[in-house]
Design a protein. Sequence first.
Lengths: 365, 314
Amino acid sequence: MNMTATMPTSVSVRDLRLAYGGLTVLDRLNLDIAEGEFVVLLGPSGCGKSTLLNCIAGLLDITDGQVFIKGRNVTWDEPKDRGIGMVFQSYALYPQMSVRGNLSFGLKNARLPRAEIETRIARAAKILQIEPLLDRKPAALSGGQRQRVAIGRALVRDVDVFLFDEPLSNLDAKLRSELRVEIKRLHQSLENTMVYVTHDQIEALTLADRIAVMRGGVIQQLADPKTIYNRPANLFVAGFIGSPAMTFLKGRIEAGGDIATFRAGDATVPLAGYVGEIPAPGGEAILGVRPEHVTVRPAGAGAHAARVDLDEPMGSDSLIWLTFAGQPLSARAGADHGLRHGDAVGLEFDISRASLFDPASEQRL
Amino acid sequence: MSSPSAIAGAVLADAAIESRADAGPRGARPRRAFSRRNVFLYGTLILVAVYYLLPLYVMVVTSLKGMPEIRLGNIFAPPVEITFEPWVKAWATACTGLNCDGLSRGFWNSVRITVPSVILSIAIASVNGYALANWRFRGSETFFAILIFGAFIPYQVMLYPIVILLREIGLYGTLWGLVIVHTIFGMPILTLLFRNYFTSVPEEIFRAARVDGAGFWAIYFKIMLPMALPIFVVAIILQVTGIWNDFLFGVVYTKPDTYPMTVQLNNIVNSTQGVKEYNINMAATILTGLAPLAIYFVSGKLFVRGIAAGAVKG
């Protein structure tokens, strides 16, 4: 799974700094992306993910640091000379040109021979299945078709690195999931490096080889989706990834028999099976549990007791809000659980997939 | 499905059928042609239209009469004997100062002033607006603010300094001197017009063009210009009418030989010697106003579309 070590880097950002006057948006940011890798920059709006992408593209002048693409220092290069293709959120198609004109504009600027332009357009149109649309204007296309043309415009440039700036955000939910699959398929067949910005964690988890979760211009965690989901590096990543969100229980670590326990109020949770180091007893800690790792049992059964607050049916299953040791806790249950407000239930935690955090530093312990 | 609910459904369906036969209001509400609203609306519109068209009517009617008929004093009466002589005289033989070749000389002067001024000012201002909107440089906002401030300085303040300026560069009294003056004075409002339009073009289109390898001029000519046609029409109308109708600059910066049409019209109408030939004056005035009028008639629809043009959607 360790791609960075075995493959040459395709995009490398070193000590990148971007400041507008007194406001620093990105500060000494480092990121290495392997060849053929699909990296998603994920974070809430205003976290600097699009800014980072624009810096890689060369559309923003950086304050300090370096950008390498394919081992070449492109820090001072114009966007067109960086070997990148970019897809924008609003498609950014040239409204007065036909689809063919949109696809060929960059190639004509690069003064490619006409035959070469034709072959490249034909190839891109075939891959994206937009052949019947080539002579239409963007205004006569649907949202999904427009975004396909926008991807095609990056495709014909025959570049090593594709940059996507929230390409699916303007589409409705159904089209979004369809195009998501297409982008993944495109990556599988082209094997290009792709850097993809989104605020949608589902897109990130489904598409990425690695996800960089960002907040406030800083990469919080850079890892493959499984690690991000199961072993979040800090409270922010834990809370941002996963829907419904992870619940956090406040408490302290105590020594108990041969294994340490987590005590919250009057409840004790033995930490047997926890993956990772358990801190020394006596310290404060936050236990993060995802709803699907809490099993609801009939009252009396299970290791812990809790009370039902609220039931959120979601069709395929149900999210139950519980009160456990005086704190709110959510759990996932089958759709036909039949529980109502005030019912007493038993609980079991899957400690092997839970996370412990330090309340002060918010880091994973 | 239990049977009581099925019965309830049947009852509901029956009720629906019954309500369909009701005699109450149904469908679109009827509108009367002579409602109070319509009478007020169209009445006001007709009144205002008549108010504005009456002077034009008087002018056309008077210009088609001979002097004896005009002296009768019935200015609203249609001509008894239609004559086109005043029109011919106004165009070809009316005297202004030393020259007696009518308005024709002024007309061609005005054409020679307006065409280069319009082309030059719009060409420069559109590039200005494009650069200010898309290629922000250090101090571009300040530059823009100063330029806009220029729109608020009264022309009179600058009349004399510009006379000296033109004299020093040897263009005083020539048509090209006036062209330069019109180009400069059109700059603030036109730049504002173009900048605001180009600002409404999504930034991402500009960025996409940069990734596609287009430079400053390629983006201007191939991307922005084709998108900005409506605003070019607006600018052309503004400039043609503004420069054609200009009197102040024309009278200050040209000589009798190079007077634009408006100045010549003034000299015909305001000549104090002899009889006032109202029919010639009216014909001359209509002739002078024909150019802007033609522009409005030809491009009225485009003008409205250009004014209303806001967001450009891809």
